[in-house]
Design a protein around this ligand. Structure first.
Ligand SMILES: Cc1cc2nc3c(=O)[nH]c(=O)nc-3n(C[C@H](O)[C@H](O)[C@H](O)COP(=O)(O)OP(=O)(O)OC[C@H]3O[C@@H](n4cnc5c(N)ncnc54)[C@H](O)[C@@H]3O)c2cc1C
Length: 381
């Protein structure tokens, strides 16, 4: 694969880098400390197009490819993984609409979501995390409406979303085989999103429990065909996992850059610590792993939309590798700063806390290995 970037891709990357350095990084520590999502900033970033890079232009997006999405996301992740998660959650929620929505739905919802409205992707439930087939939220047909009942948890942007993309079973007897995605407007009676989680990291993002109690929606809010939800969810992950992987690359890069800078400046035993081979080797490992992850991410992003049956395997490899890499790199980067890295005077402890989620959301590191292993068993890779 050719990694030479086009002029347009480089321009988008530069725009995202400058925006992240000017608007995102300077407020990252403040919102992390406050454990609060900067809602206005995230909405502004959505309206500026950072969550709709690959949405077709006719619906308000930039119409670029997934490689560009990853280049942009890496820059935002370098600025703040929490804020980038809020922006990325909008992209995630738009994918089922892009994959399964009718033309009318795309025009209505994608356009609004490109203009600054927020949406949440609601799949996970208290008893259905890695095991999506255990979803118990129901959407039961009643005349020309569906009635939704159930609880979704760990929902990014859940408190502030204008729309929810909700996966629910339409026939409890058939369980996950009847899984179906729906668009649910925030202001429908019966929705409670008042409880949000206190978290280890990505504290500048919002993670909420969203309860649907007898929520009525018109049948027109169904995305795609009834019972097509499992496939839509899995195809969504095939596209979103490289994006999350690039967020992990950006976060690791921020940690590595801070560690390298500090190592040049910090003098112990009469010379900068970067002259110690132990420090050099840690930095070399970080640089090597970040480049390896980025190459895999961009290689995978380049395969999106090409109709290859093993895309799931590559997306899982990119997410699994980059998530684990970000954890290793941020731990070592903190080590380079010694005691100072452990304090909030430097952002290294935040990077390390933020990195942990990269091994959990969008499928845990173990789930990525399950997906890869299934592709090996099926002979696809
Ligand atoms: C901050 C945050 C934001 C999130 N945002 C969203 C969102 O916007 N929308 C959404 O729908 N979800 C979201 N999630 C949910 C996330 O995707 C799930 O937490 C994740 O899929 C894991 O599910 P779980 O937490 O129930 O863990 P479990 O599935 O209970 O897993 C627990 C442990 O068991 C392991 N495990 C489980 N099954 C297997 C197996 N078969 N083989 C080997 N190991 C296994 C897991 O790897 C993990 O280590 C978010 C989560 C967090 C924490």
């Amino acid at each position: 694969m050719d990694f030479e970037m086009t002029t347009e891709q480089l321009a988008m990357q530069k725009t995202a880098r400058e925006y992240a350095e000017k608007e995102v990084a300077p407020v990252a520590a403040e919102y992390d400390e406050k454990e609060e999502m900067p809602v206005d900033l995230v909405r502004r970033m959505v309206a500026e197009g950072f969550s709709s890079v690959s949405v077709p232009e006719e619906y308000g997006g930039a119409g670029m490819d997934e490689i560009t999405v990853c280049l942009v996301t890496e820059e935002l992740g370098r600025g703040c993984a929490g804020i980038a998660t809020g922006v990325g959650a909008n992209s995630l929620a738009m994918l089922p609409i892009q994959l399964a929505g009718s033309e009318e739905q795309k025009i209505k919802y994608l356009t609004e979501l490109c203009e600054g409205k927020l949406a949440s992707f609601c799949l996970t439930e208290p008893n259905a995390g890695s095991d999506v087939s255990s979803i118990s939220t129901t959407a039961i047909k009643d005349g020309s409406e569906y009635v939704i009942n159930g609880t979704k948890c760990f929902i990014t942007n859940g408190t502030y979303a204008d729309y929810y993309v909700v996966f629910a079973v339409t026939d409890p007897q058939r369980g996950a085989r009847s899984l179906t995605p729906f668009i649910v407007e925030r202001d429908r009676p019966g929705i409670d999103a008042s409880r949000s989680e206190k978290k280890l990291g990505i504290r500048a993002s919002n993670t909420a429990v969203v309860v649907f109690d007898q929520v009525r929606i018109p049948e027109d809010n169904l995305l795609g065909k009834p019972c097509g939800g499992f496939r839509v969810a899995m195809e969504t992950f095939d596209i979103s996992r490289p994006m999350i992987a690039s967020l992990a690359v950006g976060l690791a890069r921020a940690a590595y850059e801070a560690a390298a800078k500090y190592a040049r400046e910090r003098v112990q035993f009469g010379k900068p610590i970067i002259q110690q081979q132990a420090i050099q080797f840690m930095l070399a490992d970080m640089a090597m792993e970040i480049e390896a992850a980025r190459s895999l991410v961009l290689f995978t992003a380049g395969r999106v939309g090409k109709g290859q049956r093993n895309l799931s395997a590559y997306s899982a490899m990119a997410k699994g590798y980059a998530g684990d890499m970000a954890m290793r790199v941020t731990v070592d980067a903190l080590q380079v700063l010694g005691g100072y890295g452990y304090t909030r005077e430097y952002p290294l402890e935040k990077y390390m806390r933020d990195a942990k989620i990269m091994q959990i959301y969008e499928g845990t590191s173990q789930v990525q290995r399950l997906v890869i292993a299934n592709n090996i068993i099926n002979g696809r890779i």
